[in-house]
Design a protein around this ligand. Structure first.
Ligand code: C2E
Ligand code: CA
Ligand code: CA
Length: 538
């Protein structure tokens, strides 16, 4: 025993203790949000686990030495990251019950922190609920003191061993660490019910929850389904030596840390995320194609959920996984991304639904690249300090857009043909008595693009001779009464040149006249003769 103690004690002198870091991730966005510092001892033959040396250090009143050592190395590490201009995420550090209760210990930690000039909110002190054995007052005193120095306080190992709900109510912890170890794969049974109740309760108390000891995808899916945001466990990473964690930190996308996403008051966070809730049922079955995503206020849109109709609307045989992995902004060119971001900002400011249309290029393994136009109706449903959750109802309007573009091209061609064929044409709207002339009418007759109270302006402009005015007025009455077609030879323009004038009426689905299309073409003498004959005028 003495040999072992010697190893432990000498470890401090010979720098045999090492700090490992186990990363913590946001389950929904996959972002790195923090890490826990865990002690390791380089033994004579192999690495000795804290499960072995911690109880012995505790028994021999040496645990304070270890805790302050690990705390100092974490401060040193954060200070180095700051110097190297690497994004900083908080580090959780374990504090034994004995240290927490020792006079002057927390002050000592604060001195170390000051020495390295580390922001105290980057340091999260983990204390286990066993502190409650010292009495409620002691627990409150310790947490208050840690808060006084600006540290964040985590309640460690909640759910294992002796869990008191009272301690949550009475002591002001900032973050709850939930031990999944006791679940033993019992997600579907009582264990799952207990965990989801704890997460729900933490939400009510506005405490973020970090699930610990998460090993399987099934467990992650379950934690997501009950709205638990953060995970630390082998599923993502084992504890890493400092240099490996440094590399990881350097490469990771850094997420938000403590902020707890506040959903809109009308949305219940539990049922919103739950796979079996009514909200989810509505999202999947009754709503149209829709997507829920997280926006960082800058360039990252992380998809949290898509519904089945969304997958169908986007098509391309893409899986939910593919769609969730895509940063929507990356599918757009600079201009479209700008429009989309502006719409998000507008939705943040207004709190109302905002609409935009953006072209995107999506890639799938089976269909390659496809360009599509998506109309999005976006509303903000949740918000934290620097992150937002949005719901977007979408429609793939690529077909409509293409048709419209084809229509425009068609119109252009039509105009050229009309020009060549010497035709004047115009569109008359029955309900408003508005007339829209063709380009040629505007150019040759000096007409504006829109004439109201038609046909009166045609007489005022002298295009129609006054002796034809009553007839031409009557045509418009007939059109309003539903006549399908009208035609006559009328001498038009200042030169009173004979034109063949025709109208064809367009009707809506109930047979009501909406528009009439008028045209005037030059006629030859032969045309006039045949027209007069056809109409029994000669
Ligand atoms: P803990 O605070 O609950 O730390 C989490 C432990 O769970 C770590 O064990 C970690 O390696 C392990 N773990 C992480 N993910 C998984 C997983 O997915 N599955 C399983 N089965 N285990 C996982 P570790 O590093 O052996 O530490 C054991 C305990 O020793 C810690 O439990 C903590 O209570 C204590 N400890 C470690 N370092 C320190 C320290 O610096 N000071 C004090 N006072 N206690 C420490
Ligand atoms: Ca811990
Ligand atoms: Ca723990």
């Amino acid at each position: 025993m003495n040999d072992i103690l010697e190893i432990f004690e000498n470890g401090f002198i010979n720098n045999k203790y090492e700090t490992y870091y186990q990363p913590q991730y946001n389950n929904f966005t996959g972002m790195l949000v923090g890490a826990e510092a865990l002690a390791r001892l380089n033994g004579p033959d192999s690495m000795i686990s804290p499960g072995v040396f911690i109880p012995i250090l505790e028994q021999n009143k040496m645990i304070g030495k270890l805790d302050s050592y690990i705390f100092e190395s974490a401060c040193q590490f954060l200070s180095k990251c700051k110097q190297d201009n690497i994004h900083l995420v908080p580090i959780s550090i374990n504090l034994s019950r004995d240290d927490a209760c020792e006079d002057g210990f927390i002050e000592k930690l604060n001195d170390i922190r000051q020495k390295y000039d580390v922001d105290p909110t980057l340091l999260r002190i983990e204390i286990t609920e066993s502190i409650a054995f010292e009495g409620k007052e002691k627990a409150i005193e310790v947490v208050d003191k840690l808060h006084k120095y600006g540290f964040i306080v985590e309640l460690d190992d909640f759910g294992s061993g002796y869990s008191s709900l009272n301690i949550l109510k009475d002591v002001d912890y900032d973050i709850l660490k939930l031990d999944m170890g006791f679940l033993n794969d019992d997600i579907k049974g009582k264990g799952g019910t207990i965990i989801s109740s704890i997460v729900r309760m933490a939400k009510w108390l506005k405490m973020p929850v970090i699930a610990e000891g998460v090993e399987t995808k099934e467990q992650v899916d379950f934690m997501k389904s009950i709205g638990c945001e953060y995970t630390q466990g082998y599923i993502y990473s084992k504890p890493l030596p400092e240099k490996d964690y440094y590399t990881l930190l350097n490469q990771s996308i850094i997420g938000l840390t403590t902020s707890n996403m506040q959903l809109k008051d009308s949305i219940n966070p539990i049922s919103f995320w739950s796979e079996k809730s009514l909200d989810t049922l509505v999202f999947n079955a009754y709503a149209g194609p829709a997507i829920v995503f997280n926006y960082d206020g800058d360039d990252t849109v992380e998809v949290l959920r898509v519904n089945k109709k969304y997958i169908k609307e986007i098509g391309m045989n893409m899986s939910e996984e593919d769609l969730v992995k895509t940063n929507i902004l990356d599918t757009m060119d600079g201009e479209a991304a700008q429009i989309y971001k502006e719409t998000l900002q507008k939705a943040i400011r207004s709190g109302e639904e905002e609409e935009c249309e953006t072209w995107r290029t999506l890639s799938s393994s089976c269909c390659g690249n496809e360009v599509m136009c998506i109309r999005s109706n976006i509303i903000m449903i949740g918000k934290s300090e620097n992150e937002y959750i949005f719901h977007a109802a979408i429609r793939n309007i690529t077909g409509e857009k293409r048709k419209m573009a084809e229509g425009e091209a068609y119109e252009e061609k039509f105009r050229n043909v009309i020009e060549q064929a010497n035709i004047y044409y115009w569109e008359y709207t029955v309900a408003t008595k508005e007339m829209r002339p063709c380009f040629r009418c505007m150019r040759d007759l000096g007409l504006p693009p829109l004439l109201t109270n038609y046909p009166e302006p045609a007489f005022e402009a002298g295009i129609f001779p006054l002796d034809y005015a009553d007839m031409y007025r009557d045509w418009h009455k007939q059109i309003a009464n539903g006549v399908k077609h009208l035609e006559a030879v009328i001498p038009l323009t200042a030169g009173r040149v004979p034109f063949f004038v025709r109208y064809d009426t367009e009707f809506d689905e109930l047979g009501r006249p909406i528009k009439a299309y008028g045209s005037a073409t030059f006629v030859t003498d032969a045309d006039i003769e045949s027209y007069l004959k056809k109409n029994n005028k000669i």
